[in-house]
Design a protein around this ligand. Structure first.
Ligand SMILES: Cc1cc2nc3c(=O)[nH]c(=O)nc-3n(C[C@H](O)[C@H](O)[C@H](O)COP(=O)(O)OP(=O)(O)OC[C@H]3O[C@@H](n4cnc5c(N)ncnc54)[C@H](O)[C@@H]3O)c2cc1C
Length: 413
């Protein structure tokens, strides 16, 4: 009997996506031949969790920088002409664009947290809303595609981009649930859960990111791009009015990089936003000791799905194992600015060095560090790309050829 393609067979999310750089590299290698035409033609189709798909599934590795954008882009350009792999290259730059956009508008992240908290209060006090939210999270709404995606996300830690768009659209416009609770649901389950791509992806669907422009999921589009696995005819909202919200703030200046200061007694702080610290260590930086920041407690009011902290913890261990000898004694599980400062002082440090943490839970914790200088070198890739995220992606896109040109000569991670 053929398998029911709407069911997600039980298999641990970390078996599907082992949290190592070696797995990221293997995925990249396997994907590269299809980064050209196959990706451009097939990327919009979500064939289901068990079927081969045209997309790379590199996001958990890129999100934690087990692989970097520049590595993925350089490897792509080594196999394809920029024009042939244009679509894939653009998608990788969407990540960089969103990070830069949020970096220059940190109040949008704080706004998300405040909107989520207010919605969370409502869920606790309004029984109707609570029921609807629970049904959506458990995949019990009666809308087959939506329910299957909720279960797929919980079981695998991943959803195809098109499924994320449909899911968010149905959450907001059909189920009429607060968008920030949907973003929170994603952050608690996605292996690639990312403050910038997730918050701005949900805001984009809701009509907050590009003011007035919403994304409406339709039964026809879902049918076509799920290979007819789903057809939610007459089940979806027919219109999508923008969610009200404040205007986007004007961009602040993009951050500067703090250069390393040889000769200073310093410790290295690793965090989930950059698990390839080789670029710092190769710049003749020899830390007295290394600490590992655990920011998962800041993700949500609710506990994340077990695979989320498990992926991050194992990815950290992978980074530590790759650089063992250069790191000095390692302290794991630092969760607050106070713990970090106490640990650094204990190690005899004059300063703490950490790869620049973009807007999100890690940066929120680091902001609280007092009494010891925090040195935050910024990768050259981010320093070049982020300042161009001043307006929409289409303006940013014009900068891609120049950003690709600058990839040459970048030292390995
Ligand atoms: C509502 C919503 C929420 C999202 N939340 C997240 C999130 O928390 N974390 C996350 O990494 N992505 C998020 N995305 C973006 C996108 O869906 C995923 O990056 C992509 O599906 C990952 O699968 P892939 O690696 O196979 O992508 P591919 O299609 O193979 O693309 C290659 C890489 O390009 C980048 N990329 C592709 N599409 C996008 C995009 N739309 N925005 C930003 N970067 C992109 C990713 O790094 C991805 O790994 C979200 C999108 C939506 C609509």
């Amino acid at each position: 009997m053929p398998e029911d393609s709407t069911k997600t067979p039980a298999r641990d999310p970390l078996d599907r996506s082992p949290p190592t750089r070696a797995e990221g590299l293997a995925r990249l290698e396997a994907f590269l031949p299809g980064a050209g035409r196959a990706y451009a033609e097939g990327r919009n189709t979500d064939p289901g969790p068990e079927a081969p798909s045209a997309v790379s599934k590199l996001s958990p590795y890129l999100r934690h920088r087990l692989l970097t954008e520049e590595e993925v882009l350089s490897a792509t350009l080594a196999r394809h002409a920029p024009k042939a792999a244009e679509k894939f290259i653009q998608e990788v730059f969407w990540r960089s664009y969103f990070k830069g956009w949020l970096e220059m508008r940190p109040s949008v992240w704080q706004g998300y947290l405040a909107t989520r908290d207010a919605a969370w209060d409502q869920v606790q006090t309004q029984s109707g809303l609570r029921r609807a939210w629970e049904e959506a999270c458990l995949g019990e709404t009666g809308i087959d595609c939506f329910d299957a995606w909720a279960r797929e996300l919980a079981a695998t830690g991943y959803l195809h981009n098109h499924a994320r768009m449909w899911f968010a659209s149905i959450w907001i416009f059909t189920l009429r649930l607060p968008w920030a609770l949907g973003a929170d649901f994603f952050l608690r389950h996605l292996l690639d859960g990312d403050p910038a791509s997730n918050t701005l992806g949900w805001r984009w669907v809701a009509g907050l990111q590009t003011p007035g422009k919403t994304y409406l999921a339709t039964a026809r589009n879902i049918r076509k791009f799920t290979n007819e696995r789903f057809h939610p005819k007459h089940q979806l909202a027919a219109e999508a009015l923008p969610v009200p919200g404040p205007e986007n703030p004007p961009p602040m200046a993009a951050p500067d990089s703090d250069p390393l200061a040889p000769g200073r007694r310093a410790v290295l702080l690793l965090h989930e936003d950059d698990l390839s610290p080789g670029w710092l260590l190769e710049a003749s930086f020899a830390p007295l000791a290394t600490g590992v920041l655990d920011a998962t407690g800041r993700l949500s009011h609710l506990a994340p799905a077990p695979h989320v902290p498990a992926f991050k913890a194992a990815a950290m261990e992978d980074a530590l194992a790759r650089h063992g000898a250069a790191l000095g004694p390692v302290t794991r599980g630092l969760t607050s600015a106070e713990e970090i400062t106490a640990w650094a002082r204990e190690a005899g440090a004059e300063e703490i060095v950490t790869s620049y943490a973009p807007v999100g839970p890690s940066a929120d914790i680091l902001r609280g560090i007092e009494g010891l200088p925090l040195r935050r070198p910024l990768r050259g890739y981010d320093a070049r790309a982020w300042p161009h995220a001043t307006k929409g992606f289409f303006k940013f896109k014009d900068r891609i050829p120049g950003l690709l040109g600058a990839l040459k000569g970048i030292s390995p991670v």
